[in-house]
Write a protein that binds this ligand. Structure first.
Ligand code: FAD
Length: 307
């Protein structure tokens, strides 16, 4: 793998008051659950929201910008990601604040599980479903993350973010345009925080529901593997795993990439897979499913960068 030309000196020259961390050719594999893929040409971790806004306002308009969260729904391709990759760190974007009226505000870098726990401790019900989702609030807003009968759309009041021009924007629930695993908020927006509405509940009942969700997940999903979660969106009214299973893809291999024998809508890096192995396996699954049942599977996992 060859490195990208170093663009960080030119960026620093345009934005001399930058306070966040800017690195050239930074490996991204450690930031993705699959643990594969090439570097970011430049990786920026802003010091806070105003640093992010400053950075974006001064970045050349033709510079590609890609946002990553906790990388639990992501394949970083082997050639890496040209331009700037932005990853919000927990120090600046990791606060959780319990507010009156069963509301909670969380930074975009907060893991979904931490939000669920904070809500439980405060006796706020309705956010239990987040305890099983291994992403961040930023990823949950972009993907309308959900599970076990709850979705981000059910609990979100508003989200805050910064657009490509560096403007701070606030999106009401309606502005977010949520649908199944999707938000219509403009693609360029980097979410920085969100405000959620729960309802009054009993801490013990909430904790019991979270334990039930965790146990159900451990029994049904390969959650300790290097994976990206559900690979394809359910081709409603069918389930992705059913059409994949029917096409004989359970356990299918390409290099060290595998269709999980436990849950066949999950792809797994068994150790030495490349991003090309994983994506190629996914495409092979799509081809076989199309041939077998005529269904066009749509990737739910985001794929970024160059092959
Ligand atoms: C074992 C396992 C189980 C899973 N189970 C579920 C499940 O039950 N339900 C479910 O919905 N998902 C599930 N997922 C998928 C994943 O956890 C969710 O999609 C999650 O919301 C992704 O968040 P992330 O922070 O990891 O985002 P990433 O994977 O890093 O990125 C996903 C997308 O979000 C965007 N994004 C991330 N942060 C921001 C931000 N701050 N601003 C703007 N855009 C941003 C990225 O650009 C990208 O398009 C599972 C994944 C795994 C590995």
């Amino acid at each position: 793998m060859t490195d990208f030309p170093d663009i960080t000196p030119a960026i620093r020259a345009r934005a001399p008051d930058l306070r966040g961390r800017l690195q050239a050719n930074a490996p991204l594999a450690p930031y993705s659950w699959f643990r594969v893929g090439g570097p970011a040409q430049a990786l920026f971790s802003p010091a806070d929201e105003s640093d992010l806004a400053y950075f974006l306002s001064l970045l050349p308009v033709d510079m590609p910008v890609t946002t990553v969260g906790l990388g639990s729904n992501l394949i970083v391709r082997d050639g890496g990601v040209p331009g700037v990759v932005i990853r919000l760190g927990g120090k600046a974007f990791g606060a959780v604040e319990v507010l009156p009226g069963e509301k909670i505000r969380a930074g975009a870098a907060v893991p979904d599980m931490r939000l669920a726990r904070a809500a439980a401790e405060a006796g706020i019900a309705g956010l239990e479903f987040y305890c099983g989702i291994p992403g961040s609030i930023g990823g949950a807003l972009r993907m309308n993350a959900g599970a076990h009968g709850g979705e981000t759309t059910d609990v979100l009041i508003e989200a805050r973010g910064v657009d490509r021009a560096g403007r701070i924007r606030v999106f009401s629930h309606a502005d977010m345009g949520f649908s199944y695993r999707h938000s219509q908020a403009p693609d360029d927006v980097i979410f920085t925080s969100a405000l959620f509405q729960g309802r009054a509940g009993e801490a013990a009942t909430i904790a019991a529901e979270m334990s039930r969700i965790t146990a159900a997940r451990e029994a049904a999903q390969p959650i300790r593997e290097k994976t990206g979660g559900s690979t394809f969106a359910n081709p409603k009214p069918q389930s992705a795993w059913k059409v994949i299973d029917a096409a004989g893809c359970r356990g299918l291999l390409r290099g060290d990439a595998e269709v999980s024998p436990m849950h066949c809508n999950f792809l797994i890096n068994r150790g030495a897979a490349t991003a090309a192995d994983i994506e190629g396996l996914g495409e092979e699954v799509r081809r076989r499913v199309k041939e077998h049942s005529g269904v066009d599977l749509r990737w739910e996992i985001r794929r970024i960068g160059i092959p």
